[in-house]
Design a protein around this ligand. Sequence first.
Ligand code: NAP
Length: 287
Amino acid sequence: MNNLITSKTKLISLLGHPVMHSLSPQIHNTAFQCLNLNYVYLVFDIIQEDLEVVVTGMKAIGARGFNVTMPYKKDIIPYLNEISNEARLIGTVNTVVNQGGHLIGYNTDGKGYIQSLAEEGVSIINKCIVIIGAGGAASSIAIQTALEGANEIIILNRTLEKAENIIDIIRKNIFSCKAEAEELNDKNLKKAMGKSDILINCTSIGMYPNEDKSIIGDESIMPPDLVVSDLIYKPYKTKLLKLAEKRGCKCINGLGMLLWQGAFAFKLWTGKEMPVDFIKDLLKKSF
Ligand code: NAP
């Protein structure tokens, strides 16, 4: 492994606010070192007013690209030359590639999520997927799974309008997938469980330090053949996953999504496969 910065080192970065909690520098710099690639990944905590000038600067210095995180995933779009189909539908960008001054935006969150299921042997093709939550993560996952062959998406959210907005995009653009929005309550959850193959918690309920909370209180509504997935990875096993495990469900946490959305971005910048298993083991040890 070699991490020497030279005059040829290419810059990749993360733009957002706040960003100091991010694991992305650890993930990408470890991957660069493992594969002996002459790149460095740095984090920049920037204010809204500076976004345009920072993007212009990234182009001017010939940075290879950057990740974008909250709160700039939408705001970045006017400064890009092109965006991918999934980023256009989702309405947000998390990865930008600089092709000789031409900035192309992608959203790798949904693809990363689907790959995190695939590595656990779970396919989304022809499945009915129930998503709890309708924020940024839910939107990426709902639209990407619809694009990649899910049969039906049901989104339950506290604020119904946000779920309806995502469902509207699917209905108008992805005709192969049925889509439904419901208010999040016990009755609707129970009804959705009746036909669900995969349940995804896309809320922050159960995340550290509120580890005693679960978006589903009564585990008996989860059938044993349900795949239960929680985007949270801290704690490593949320209360929802513990309850689902008691029911015999297959359980998947959010660490795979974190790594695979990064791995897709890594491939876009470097053309190489990220050594995901090696990095996953390192991260698991740090939790
Ligand atoms: P977000 O845009 O803020 O959306 C949060 C969602 O949670 C909203 O739908 C919100 O409902 C719902 N919610 C929040 N508090 C709630 C409560 N008390 N009761 C019911 N619903 C509640 O957040 P996000 O970016 O989508 O992230 C969601 C979760 O996914 C977070 O835990 C985040 O850490 C995780 N995540 C993980 C990864 C990964 O790589 N593993 C990537 C992205 C996100 P309202 O619409 O009604 O406010």
